[in-house]
Ligand binder design. Sequence first.
Ligand code: UDP
Length: 239
Amino acid sequence: ETARPAYKRVLLKISGEALMGDQGYGLHPPTVQRIAKEIKIVQAMGVEICMVIGGGNIFRGLAGSAQGMERTTADYMGMLATVMNALAMQSALEGVGVFTRVISAIRMDEVAEPYIRRRAVRHLEKGRVCIFAAGTGNPYFTTDTAATLRASEMSCQAIFMGKNGVDGVYDKDPKTNPDAKRYDAVSFDEVLRKNLRVMDASAIALARDNKLPIIVFSLDEPGGFRGILSGQGTYTTVS
Ligand code: UDP
């Protein structure tokens, strides 16, 4: 008998870069398909899954504004990038037989459902993966904030931050510091005080205020997401 997962409803947050593979830009369909399979395994365990995907593989508002674009316009472009990623993920999930809904914070009825909280909850109860697109719908926010907001609204038990190339939260950047140490557990306050790289500060503060734990893990290991949900593997719990 397989261990029953401790979680009934979770939100998986991945960055846009998680979908670009080794290309350095844009979408790499085989990578999206690999992640879709990880989600399918977890869904088969009976866990209700929300998703938020970033847009940094296509466009970041700050980068646009640094090059002279008006900031809010650049941010809307970033939000549109997250919609493209959400549609790619929907296609990959449906390709492996997982029903999904893309739910956009910016109305575009031909492409995605509008965000209506009770309707989204109903989708989850029916076993559909809800991919929340277009961030919060507001400039000056990030998809980390969107993840915390939607996880709170959907009463998720935790946010799972799927990372590439790193299996948790470290005291220093492990890519440049071989002596960096991984935390098994760390508090929200310590993350904020030491400016540890988990999420941006406003997203961390929102998670803290709503008592929403964040579990940072690596999406690189096949079956890793399932393992983490059953408490196996290495990860960091921020709570
Ligand atoms: N964005 C925004 N409001 C939101 C979410 C996202 O304006 O609520 C914009 C912002 O410009 C951001 C871009 O969308 O740079 C892509 O999102 P993010 O940088 O969070 O993506 P990630 O780094 O996770 O790939």
